[in-house]
Design a protein around this ligand. Structure first.
Ligand SMILES: Nc1ncnc2c1ncn2[C@@H]1O[C@H](COP(=O)(O)OP(=O)(O)OP(=O)(O)O)[C@@H](O)[C@H]1O
Ligand SMILES: [Mg+2]
Ligand SMILES: [Mg+2]
Length: 615
């Protein structure tokens, strides 16, 4: 069992070490729960900061502050603190593949600094590390690079033992100790239950029940209100029992959107919804928009990834108050923003929307008009609607908003019942420039809004994949091959990977050279050449036989269509999970569709989703 010694940061570091050294879920939970318990008992004021350090973040996810300090800045700081040349640090990195380990080894082999370990004032503490990281993440502008290096150096100087490793990795934004957010939530819930005085007195079965209930509560609260800034103080004040009361869906704080499950045929769909009342809606091809109207009258719009898109859509902000009826004061509305042809009154494809500017958009200069298609209402006038049925939510939405021609509309839908009706509605949706249909259960417990879940109560049915893979995949570019012939000045083909959150690694899935226009290839080359790394990242799972000419930092997600999936001896997606241990999955005839600006590498298609497609 873990020995907790020394000051707080070192204890946290020891916990990280213990977590990293095992892959057993229960052991990981035991380490972290015990650490949280100590923190709650001994220094509750540090709990929030501790939690953020575990999650490798400095603020709620939706504020989108990226740590991600570039490799070259870190190398510079490490070199200066340890008295090595940057070249030496780079050489080490090429050998070891993990800048964290390089920092630790350089630091620990350096004798002159060791005298500092005796100076307790210089030891790292959780608040010191957290505040420095927050400061580093917020620095911008001309002189910020130097200031960042200085701040990093200050931290590194005070590091000892394994601290440089975890600190460096955290600064890179890649802690990677195998600690998923769901695990952190579980441990937080357990720690609060276990520190309750009454808990020890309970019988064993009752204890298990309490723990399970607490975990359920915290997960559900977090998906409605993804902000530890709100949750941790509420927990410290009223414990887990009162959490739901203090932390509810709040306009202004985006919730993780409900996601849909892919299907491959109409009979698939009908099997799934059998016995339920359901609805078929057009599936519009634009960008998701979660519109929040706060009590104070402010309006905000958030993307699928909880990014604040308010400045991108001044036109939407302006019109939404006309669409809301007089009695509609505060709300959260789930919509799709789609490019719109004002003259012909028709939908335009996603490609048109993607040309719209992202920042500093002035209403008078907007070239791409959009129409808003509302499909769900999650909050209305001070009340969360998440637990209501879709039928009830839809009725409230229809009663609270009014359509405005060319600007705001409810999604088109019918309550079909048989294959023929669904087929003809699917054809109609394609004619209208939509991607296909969304089929949703309308009533009963299965029709509540499930934040962040890829639910079977929402099914997507796309036209072109009825007989193929069912859906496109969103994959990360991890490497490239130099082009030949016409493509000599750019990369000609790329190595793609899916993401496995369980092992925190990117697993290669195919080589792709099709679907690119000449201008696509140029765009990709110009963007990706800056992202080349000398060695593959240690968290890439690949086979030597597929080694590309250059490797990249994982930085971009591409939507890709494929004709089929097959078992492969050289690609690593879902390795060992669909066939023999040494085999993975690969895509057949992959074709590039578009860049997914709204997804980060870790939001890419997961190996579990790949398994679902192939099985
Ligand atoms: N009627 C609708 N109801 C719900 N979502 C809709 C509707 N019409 C369009 N959408 C869009 O479809 C998306 C879900 O399908 P899509 O295949 O585009 O997902 P995605 O963005 O690729 O994400 P993922 O592949 O992870 O599900 C929603 O996030 C939303 O943006
Ligand atoms: Mg879409
Ligand atoms: Mg998709």
């Amino acid at each position: 069992m873990l020995v907790l010694i020394g000051k707080k940061a070192n204890r946290l570091c020891k916990t990280f070490e213990a977590i990293e050294s095992t892959t057993k879920r229960l052991e990981i939970q035991e380490y972290l729960t015990s650490f949280f318990k100590h923190t709650i008992e001994l220094s509750p004021g540090n709990l929030l900061e501790t939690l953020y350090l575990c999650l490798n973040r400095v603020c709620p996810e939706y504020e989108n502050v990226e740590l991600g300090i570039g490799e070259s800045l870190l190398i510079k700081a490490i070199a200066e603190v340890t008295g090595r040349t940057t070249q030496k640090v780079k050489n080490e990195l090429a050998k070891v593949g993990d800048l964290g380990k390089v920092a630790r080894d350089s630091k620990n082999s350096q004798k002159s600094i060791s005298s500092m370990f005796g100076n307790r004032d210089k030891l790292l503490t959780v608040p010191k590390v957290f505040n420095s990281m927050k400061k580093i993440a917020s620095l911008t502008g001309h002189s910020s690079q130097d200031l960042k290096v200085k701040e990093i150096q200050n931290l590194l100087i005070s590091c000892r033992d394994e601290e440089p490793k975890f600190l460096t990795r955290s600064l890179e934004g890649k802690l990677r100790i195998g600690l998923a957010e769901q695990t952190v939530l579980i441990c937080l819930a357990q720690a609060f239950v276990m520190t309750d005085k009454e808990y020890e007195k309970l019988a064993k079965a009752k204890k298990t029940e309490e723990l399970n209930n607490a975990i359920k509560t915290i997960k559900s609260v977090y998906s409605e209100l993804p902000s530890y800034d709100k949750i941790v103080p509420a927990l410290l004040k009223g414990g887990i029992k009162n959490l739901r009361e203090h932390c509810k869906l709040t306009p202004g704080i985006p919730l993780k959107p409900m996601l849909a499950h892919p299907t491959k045929s109409i009979t698939d769909v009908l099997d799934s919804v059998e016995g339920h009342k359901f609805t078929c809606e057009f599936k519009y091809d634009g960008e998701r928009g979660q519109i929040h109207r706060l009590e104070d009258g402010t309006t905000k719009i958030f993307s699928r990834n909880l990014e604040d898109n308010t400045v991108k859509y001044p036109d939407i902000i302006e019109r939404i108050s006309k669409a809301a009826k007089t009695n509609t004061k505060s709300y959260v509305l789930d919509c799709e923003v789609v490019a719109w042809d004002l003259e012909k009154h028709i939908l335009l494809p996603f490609q048109v929307l993607s040309t719209r500017k992202r920042k500093d958009v002035k209403e008078a200069e907007i070239k791409v008009s959009v129409c808003l298609f509302a499909f769900d209402l999650l909050y209305l006038n001070g009340e969360s609607l998440l637990k209501k049925s879709l039928e009830e939510r839809r009725k409230l939405m229809n009663d609270s908003f009014q359509e405005i021609e060319d600007e705001f509309s409810f999604v088109q839908n019918i309550n079909a019942t048989n294959i023929e009706e669904i087929q003809s509605y699917l054809d109609e949706s394609i004619k209208a420039n939509c991607e296909g249909l969304m089929v949703k259960i309308l009533d009963g417990l299965e029709s509540t809004y499930e934040p962040s879940k890829r639910s079977r109560n929402w099914l997507k049915l796309k036209k072109d994949y009825l007989s193929g893979v069912g859906d496109s995949l969103d994959l990360v570019v991890v490497g490239a091959f130099y082009g030949r012939g016409k493509r000599t000045n750019v990369y000609g083909a790329f190595l793609l990977a899916c993401y496995d959150p369980e092992h925190e690694e990117y697993q290669t899935i195919c080589k792709i050279g099709t679907g690119f226009s000449d201008s696509d290839l140029e765009t990709h080359f110009n963007y990706l050449k800056e992202k080349e790394t000398s060695e593959p990242k240690s968290y890439f799972n690949y086979d030597k036989g597929t080694k590309p000419d250059v490797w990249f930092e994982p930085c971009q997600v591409w939507e890709v269509k494929a004709a089929d999936l097959s078992i492969s001896p050289i690609y690593k997606a879902a390795i060992g999970q669909v066939s023999e241990a040494s085999k993975g999955v690969s895509l057949r005839f992959p074709r590039f569709i578009r860049i997914r600006e709204d997804k980060k590498p870790e939001d890419a298609t997961t190996s579990e989703q790949v398994i679902n497609i192939i099985c």
